[in-house]
Design a protein around this ligand. Structure first.
Ligand SMILES: Cc1ncc(COP(=O)(O)O)c(C=O)c1O
Length: 389
């Protein structure tokens, strides 16, 4: 019998990958499955980005790069943040990593240990709670409520801070809810944090370019008063349809950036070189593909929210960002998990139970609209027939 460390048994998972595997297994048996489960754009990476990756390989970029990323890429990230958020960022504070997830893991490893507390959104991206538990810290949920459009409340966050709080994780626009926290609430949070100067903040802004209905993204980088303790996570996966390339970054404060670079050296050395050149082309090249993709998501968003609201027992708030709708399904009499299983097994539609995103997700199911309108329509027709039958 192997004696694995206790911590490994505390590691959770991301159910989207398990549902994907089940959906694929059903499809392999000949079942017709529509996948509204997975959280990745159904678009190809734009051609000029793909070409830049291929060219980098042809040009001989086959070796290690600096652990924090090639200088030109970190400079391009700083320029992009200036263009989008009007903020000055020193490229020396940018650490390029393989995707969005490593920054979460590194932040939690830096602050989490037994006896400490880390706050995280619930329902939220499941990896937050998983890695907090893994670290031995206590995971303190920030309850996100439908009545607030799933925005977080500054008051809730501030009222839960204790002398043991080391890190607060926030995410807007949010997975799985599509919630976007308004600027007034972020202003309130930042103001309230003045009283707690030794609490760090991880702001996961991976959906920063996916907002609808005229909403504008508010980056935590825009608050100079917390820059010395802010870790701002963003990346290429969602914006440029690059989930499989594995490329993301964070802006780290001076006090933490060397720890982050050491974690890279210990963990993966650097992101593969060709991917970094592709990421550089994404930031410095034409941005029209991003606008087109977001416009298409917006079209689907309106469609899916309307159709979900028409299903018996469903009610769905207007999804403001990302590419998820998170309807309340409690009127169907099903639990979140029952709904997920029945939609998949009986209607051939993959969705994700709200409880996969934390206990506060009971009564909800996540529908990703990263699929075409025809499939979304067919999926909702099938669920409608299942509920009627
Ligand atoms: C809120 C949030 N942060 C980060 C990530 C991770 O992104 P990546 O695939 O780049 O690791 C995801 C992916 O679904 C996400 O939803």
């Amino acid at each position: 019998m192997l004696h694995t460390a206790e911590a490994i048994s505390r590691l959770g998972t991301e159910s989207a990958f398990e549902v994907l595997a089940r959906a694929q297994a059903l499809a392999a048996q000949g079942k017709d499955i529509i996948n509204l489960g997975i959280g990745q754009p159904d678009f190809r990476t734009p051609d000029h980005i793909v070409e830049a990756g291929i060219k980098a390989l042809r040009d001989g970029h086959h070796g290690y790069t600096p652990a924090n990323g090639i200088p030109a890429l970190r400079e391009a990230v700083a320029a992009d943040l200036h263009r989008r958020h009007g903020v000055e960022v020193n490229p020396g504070n940018v650490v390029v990593v393989p995707g969005g997830k490593p920054t979460m893991f590194f932040s939690v490893l830096m602050f989490g240990e037994p006896g400490t507390e880390i706050m995280y959104p619930n329902p939220g991206f499941p990896i937050y709670e998983s890695v907090i538990r893994f670290s031995g810290a206590t995971a303190v949920p920030i309850a996100l409520e439908e009545k607030n459009g799933f925005a977080f409340s500054a008051e809730t966050v501030l009222s839960q801070i204790t002398p043991r709080t080391r890190l607060i994780i926030i995410n807007s626009p949010a997975n799985p809810t599509g919630g976007v926290t308004p600027k007034e609430e972020i202003d309130k949070l930042v103001k309230g944090l003045e009283k707690f100067p030794d609490v760090a903040i991880l702001s996961d802004e991976i959906y920063s370019q996916m907002l609808y209905g005229g909403r504008e993204h508010v980056s935590l980088l825009q608050y100079p008063e917390i820059r010395d303790r802010l870790i701002m996570l963003d990346g290429w996966s969602k914006t440029y349809a690059m989930t499989g390339w594995r490329l993301g970054y964070a802006v780290w404060p001076d006090a933490l950036v060397q720890h982050a670079i050491r974690l890279c050296i210990n963990d993966h050395s650097c992101v593969n070189a060709a991917t970094q050149y592709a990421g550089l082309a994404a930031l410095t090249g034409p941005q029209d593909a991003v606008g087109k993709m977001v416009a298409e998501f917006d079209r689907r968003r309106k469609f899916i929210v309307e159709r979900l609201n028409a299903l018996p027992g469903f009610s769905c708030v207007d999804a403001a960002g990302a590419f998820y709708a998170f309807p309340n399904i409690s009127g169907t009499g099903l639990t979140a998990r029952e709904a997920q299983d029945r939609f998949l097994n009986e209607a051939g539609v993959a969705t994700i139970a709200g409880t996969s995103f934390g206990a506060w997700g009971e009564g909800y199911v996540r529908f990703s609209y990263a699929n075409n309108i025809e499939n979304i329509e067919a999926a909702l027709d099938r669920i409608g027939r299942l509920l009627a039958g």
